[in-house]
Design a protein around this ligand. Sequence first.
Ligand code: NAD
Length: 240
Amino acid sequence: MDKQSALQQMIDESGRIVFFGGAGVSTESGIPDFRSVDGLYHQKYDYPPETIISHSFFVENPEAFYKFYKEKMLCLDASPNAAHRKLSELEACGKLSAVITQNIDGFHQAAGSKRVLELHGSIHRNFCMRCGKFYDAAYVRDAAGIPRCSCGGMVKPDVVLYEESLDSDTLQQSVELIAGADMLIVGGTSLAVYPAAGLLRYYRGGKLVVINKSPTPMDQSADLLISGKIGEVLGAVSCR
Ligand code: NAD
Protein backbone atom coordinates (compact mmCIF):
# COMPACT_ATOMS: atom_id res chain seq x y z
CA MET A 1 0.00 0.00 0.00
CA ASP A 2 1.40 3.47 -0.80
CA LYS A 3 1.81 6.00 2.00
CA GLN A 4 -1.10 8.22 0.97
CA SER A 5 -3.45 5.19 1.05
CA ALA A 6 -2.02 4.12 4.42
CA LEU A 7 -2.74 7.62 5.77
CA GLN A 8 -6.28 7.50 4.41
CA GLN A 9 -6.89 4.09 5.97
CA MET A 10 -5.66 5.29 9.37
CA ILE A 11 -7.95 8.34 9.15
CA ASP A 12 -10.90 6.13 8.12
CA GLU A 13 -10.34 4.02 11.23
CA SER A 14 -10.04 6.98 13.64
CA GLY A 15 -12.49 9.32 15.34
CA ARG A 16 -10.35 11.29 17.83
CA ILE A 17 -7.54 12.57 15.64
CA VAL A 18 -5.31 15.32 16.99
CA PHE A 19 -3.13 17.38 14.68
CA PHE A 20 0.05 18.93 16.06
CA GLY A 21 1.75 21.42 13.74
CA GLY A 22 4.17 24.26 13.32
CA ALA A 23 5.45 26.88 10.92
CA GLY A 24 5.75 24.38 8.03
CA VAL A 25 1.94 24.21 7.88
CA SER A 26 1.88 27.82 6.68
CA THR A 27 4.82 27.85 4.24
CA GLU A 28 2.48 26.86 1.41
CA SER A 29 0.58 30.07 2.23
CA GLY A 30 3.80 31.99 1.57
CA ILE A 31 4.87 32.54 5.18
CA PRO A 32 8.49 31.58 5.87
CA ASP A 33 9.19 29.12 8.67
CA PHE A 34 12.23 29.44 10.93
CA ARG A 35 14.49 26.51 10.12
CA SER A 36 14.07 25.66 6.40
CA VAL A 37 16.85 26.88 4.08
CA ASP A 38 14.73 29.87 3.08
CA GLY A 39 13.46 30.25 6.65
CA LEU A 40 14.00 33.26 8.88
CA TYR A 41 17.01 31.73 10.68
CA HIS A 42 18.97 31.71 7.43
CA GLN A 43 18.42 35.36 6.57
CA LYS A 44 20.71 38.20 7.66
CA TYR A 45 19.54 40.50 10.41
CA ASP A 46 21.36 42.74 12.88
CA TYR A 47 20.57 40.17 15.60
CA PRO A 48 19.66 36.46 15.48
CA PRO A 49 15.85 36.00 15.23
CA GLU A 50 15.81 34.13 18.58
CA THR A 51 17.26 37.27 20.17
CA ILE A 52 14.85 39.66 18.47
CA ILE A 53 11.76 37.70 19.48
CA SER A 54 12.82 37.31 23.10
CA HIS A 55 11.13 39.06 26.01
CA SER A 56 14.24 40.99 27.09
CA PHE A 57 14.88 42.26 23.55
CA PHE A 58 11.24 43.34 23.26
CA VAL A 59 11.52 45.33 26.49
CA GLU A 60 14.93 46.86 25.69
CA ASN A 61 14.56 47.45 21.92
CA PRO A 62 10.84 47.65 21.12
CA GLU A 63 11.48 49.62 17.94
CA ALA A 64 13.79 46.95 16.45
CA PHE A 65 11.44 44.21 17.70
CA TYR A 66 8.47 45.78 15.94
CA LYS A 67 10.41 46.34 12.72
CA PHE A 68 11.19 42.59 12.50
CA TYR A 69 7.77 41.54 13.79
CA LYS A 70 5.84 43.66 11.30
CA GLU A 71 8.03 42.67 8.35
CA LYS A 72 8.36 38.97 9.05
CA MET A 73 5.65 37.75 11.40
CA LEU A 74 2.61 39.91 10.85
CA CYS A 75 1.40 38.27 7.67
CA LEU A 76 -2.04 39.76 7.17
CA ASP A 77 -2.16 39.47 3.38
CA ALA A 78 -1.69 35.67 3.24
CA SER A 79 -4.50 33.11 3.53
CA PRO A 80 -4.97 29.49 4.66
CA ASN A 81 -3.86 26.66 2.37
CA ALA A 82 -5.08 23.14 1.64
CA ALA A 83 -3.66 21.78 4.92
CA HIS A 84 -5.62 24.25 7.06
CA ARG A 85 -8.76 23.64 4.99
CA LYS A 86 -8.58 19.85 5.20
CA LEU A 87 -8.03 19.90 8.98
CA SER A 88 -11.12 22.08 9.33
CA GLU A 89 -13.09 19.62 7.17
CA LEU A 90 -11.87 16.67 9.24
CA GLU A 91 -13.16 18.40 12.38
CA ALA A 92 -16.50 19.23 10.75
CA CYS A 93 -17.02 15.60 9.71
CA GLY A 94 -16.36 14.40 13.26
CA LYS A 95 -12.95 12.83 12.78
CA LEU A 96 -10.64 15.39 14.35
CA SER A 97 -10.87 16.54 17.98
CA ALA A 98 -8.43 19.44 17.86
CA VAL A 99 -5.56 21.23 16.21
CA ILE A 100 -2.65 22.06 18.48
CA THR A 101 -0.43 24.63 16.79
CA GLN A 102 2.81 26.42 17.48
CA ASN A 103 1.78 28.99 14.85
CA ILE A 104 0.61 32.47 15.66
CA ASP A 105 -0.95 33.32 12.30
CA GLY A 106 -4.59 32.33 13.02
CA PHE A 107 -4.95 30.42 9.74
CA HIS A 108 -6.61 27.37 11.27
CA GLN A 109 -9.46 29.51 12.59
CA ALA A 110 -9.60 31.41 9.28
CA ALA A 111 -10.05 28.06 7.54
CA GLY A 112 -12.95 27.20 9.85
CA SER A 113 -11.35 25.06 12.59
CA LYS A 114 -13.18 25.49 15.88
CA ARG A 115 -10.99 23.79 18.46
CA VAL A 116 -7.53 25.29 18.02
CA LEU A 117 -5.00 25.38 20.83
CA GLU A 118 -2.44 28.08 20.15
CA LEU A 119 0.61 27.15 22.20
CA HIS A 120 2.49 30.30 21.24
CA GLY A 121 -0.40 32.76 21.14
CA SER A 122 -1.72 34.81 18.23
CA ILE A 123 -0.84 37.90 16.24
CA HIS A 124 -4.56 38.70 16.27
CA ARG A 125 -4.64 39.52 19.99
CA ASN A 126 -2.71 42.53 21.24
CA PHE A 127 -2.99 44.23 24.60
CA CYS A 128 -1.85 47.48 26.14
CA MET A 129 0.80 46.71 28.74
CA ARG A 130 -0.51 49.50 30.96
CA CYS A 131 -4.34 49.33 30.85
CA GLY A 132 -4.99 46.00 29.08
CA LYS A 133 -7.04 47.46 26.21
CA PHE A 134 -7.38 45.08 23.23
CA TYR A 135 -6.10 45.89 19.75
CA ASP A 136 -6.32 43.86 16.54
CA ALA A 137 -3.43 42.95 14.25
CA ALA A 138 -4.26 45.68 11.71
CA TYR A 139 -3.80 48.29 14.45
CA VAL A 140 -0.32 46.98 15.14
CA ARG A 141 0.53 46.82 11.43
CA ASP A 142 -0.69 50.34 10.74
CA ALA A 143 1.01 51.98 13.74
CA ALA A 144 4.12 53.96 12.84
CA GLY A 145 6.90 52.19 14.75
CA ILE A 146 5.87 51.02 18.22
CA PRO A 147 2.09 50.62 18.58
CA ARG A 148 0.78 52.76 21.44
CA CYS A 149 -2.50 52.56 23.32
CA SER A 150 -4.81 55.56 23.68
CA CYS A 151 -3.55 55.69 27.32
CA GLY A 152 0.05 55.99 26.09
CA GLY A 153 1.07 52.45 27.11
CA MET A 154 2.92 50.14 24.75
CA VAL A 155 0.84 47.48 22.97
CA LYS A 156 2.26 43.94 23.09
CA PRO A 157 1.20 41.03 20.88
CA ASP A 158 -0.23 38.09 22.80
CA VAL A 159 2.50 35.82 21.43
CA VAL A 160 4.85 33.80 23.58
CA LEU A 161 8.33 35.29 23.17
CA TYR A 162 11.50 33.41 24.04
CA GLU A 163 12.02 33.60 27.86
CA GLU A 164 8.23 33.69 28.40
CA SER A 165 6.11 30.78 29.64
CA LEU A 166 3.35 29.03 27.77
CA ASP A 167 -0.18 29.33 29.08
CA SER A 168 -0.69 26.52 31.58
CA ASP A 169 -4.37 25.87 30.69
CA THR A 170 -3.49 25.54 27.00
CA LEU A 171 -0.68 23.13 27.88
CA GLN A 172 -2.94 21.06 30.16
CA GLN A 173 -5.70 20.83 27.54
CA SER A 174 -3.12 19.83 24.93
CA VAL A 175 -1.82 17.04 27.17
CA GLU A 176 -5.38 15.73 27.68
CA LEU A 177 -6.24 15.87 23.98
CA ILE A 178 -3.03 14.12 22.93
CA ALA A 179 -3.39 11.48 25.65
CA GLY A 180 -6.98 10.80 24.52
CA ALA A 181 -6.25 10.77 20.77
CA ASP A 182 -6.64 7.62 18.69
CA MET A 183 -4.41 9.11 15.97
CA LEU A 184 -1.80 11.84 16.16
CA ILE A 185 -0.70 13.64 13.00
CA VAL A 186 2.43 15.73 13.45
CA GLY A 187 3.37 17.99 10.56
CA GLY A 188 5.29 21.04 9.44
CA THR A 189 7.41 21.27 12.55
CA SER A 190 11.08 20.66 13.26
CA LEU A 191 10.13 19.64 16.83
CA ALA A 192 13.04 21.74 18.04
CA VAL A 193 11.06 24.12 20.25
CA TYR A 194 10.28 23.08 23.83
CA PRO A 195 8.11 22.65 25.81
CA ALA A 196 5.76 22.39 22.77
CA ALA A 197 7.57 19.43 21.20
CA GLY A 198 7.61 17.59 24.56
CA LEU A 199 3.81 17.28 24.44
CA LEU A 200 4.08 14.44 21.94
CA ARG A 201 5.26 12.03 24.62
CA TYR A 202 1.71 11.96 26.01
CA TYR A 203 0.43 10.10 22.95
CA ARG A 204 -0.19 6.45 23.73
CA GLY A 205 -1.89 5.18 20.57
CA GLY A 206 -0.54 3.22 17.65
CA LYS A 207 -1.18 5.70 14.87
CA LEU A 208 1.53 8.34 14.98
CA VAL A 209 1.94 9.98 11.57
CA VAL A 210 4.72 12.43 10.77
CA ILE A 211 4.36 14.56 7.62
CA ASN A 212 7.35 16.84 7.18
CA LYS A 213 9.70 18.03 4.46
CA SER A 214 12.85 17.41 6.49
CA PRO A 215 13.77 14.84 9.18
CA THR A 216 12.43 15.26 12.72
CA PRO A 217 13.35 13.65 16.06
CA MET A 218 10.05 11.69 15.92
CA ASP A 219 10.73 9.98 12.58
CA GLN A 220 11.99 6.79 14.24
CA SER A 221 8.88 6.51 16.43
CA ALA A 222 6.38 7.20 13.63
CA ASP A 223 4.00 4.45 12.51
CA LEU A 224 3.81 6.29 9.18
CA LEU A 225 6.40 8.77 7.96
CA ILE A 226 5.62 10.90 4.91
CA SER A 227 8.36 13.18 3.62
CA GLY A 228 6.45 15.74 1.62
CA LYS A 229 4.48 18.95 1.57
CA ILE A 230 1.73 18.95 4.12
CA GLY A 231 -0.75 20.88 1.96
CA GLU A 232 -0.39 18.36 -0.83
CA VAL A 233 -0.54 15.32 1.47
CA LEU A 234 -3.50 16.46 3.60
CA GLY A 235 -5.16 18.04 0.59
CA ALA A 236 -5.47 14.58 -0.98
CA VAL A 237 -7.22 13.07 2.10
CA SER A 238 -10.98 12.56 2.02
CA CYS A 239 -13.44 12.78 4.90
CA ARG A 240 -15.67 9.76 4.72
P1 NAD B 1 10.53 25.36 12.20
O1 NAD B 1 10.84 26.46 11.26
O2 NAD B 1 11.51 25.04 13.25
O3 NAD B 1 10.30 24.02 11.37
C1 NAD B 1 9.46 23.97 10.26
C2 NAD B 1 9.47 22.55 9.74
O4 NAD B 1 8.48 22.43 8.76
C3 NAD B 1 10.81 22.15 9.10
O5 NAD B 1 11.18 20.88 9.59
C4 NAD B 1 10.48 22.09 7.61
O6 NAD B 1 11.19 21.09 6.93
C5 NAD B 1 9.01 21.76 7.63
N1 NAD B 1 8.26 22.28 6.49
C6 NAD B 1 8.34 23.49 5.89
N2 NAD B 1 7.41 23.61 4.93
C7 NAD B 1 6.74 22.43 4.90
C8 NAD B 1 5.66 21.94 4.12
N3 NAD B 1 5.09 22.68 3.18
N4 NAD B 1 5.22 20.68 4.38
C9 NAD B 1 5.80 19.89 5.32
N5 NAD B 1 6.83 20.32 6.08
C10 NAD B 1 7.27 21.58 5.89
O7 NAD B 1 9.09 25.65 12.80
P2 NAD B 1 8.41 25.14 14.15
O8 NAD B 1 8.80 23.75 14.44
O9 NAD B 1 6.99 25.51 14.09
O10 NAD B 1 9.10 26.03 15.31
C11 NAD B 1 9.41 27.36 15.13
C12 NAD B 1 8.62 28.39 15.97
O11 NAD B 1 8.39 29.48 15.09
C13 NAD B 1 7.27 27.98 16.42
O12 NAD B 1 7.18 28.41 17.73
C14 NAD B 1 6.30 28.82 15.59
O13 NAD B 1 5.33 29.36 16.42
C15 NAD B 1 7.09 30.00 15.12
N6 NAD B 1 6.74 30.46 13.76
C16 NAD B 1 5.42 30.59 13.41
C17 NAD B 1 5.08 31.00 12.14
C18 NAD B 1 3.62 31.11 11.78
O14 NAD B 1 2.79 31.36 12.65
N7 NAD B 1 3.25 30.87 10.52
C19 NAD B 1 6.07 31.28 11.19
C20 NAD B 1 7.41 31.16 11.59
C21 NAD B 1 7.72 30.74 12.88
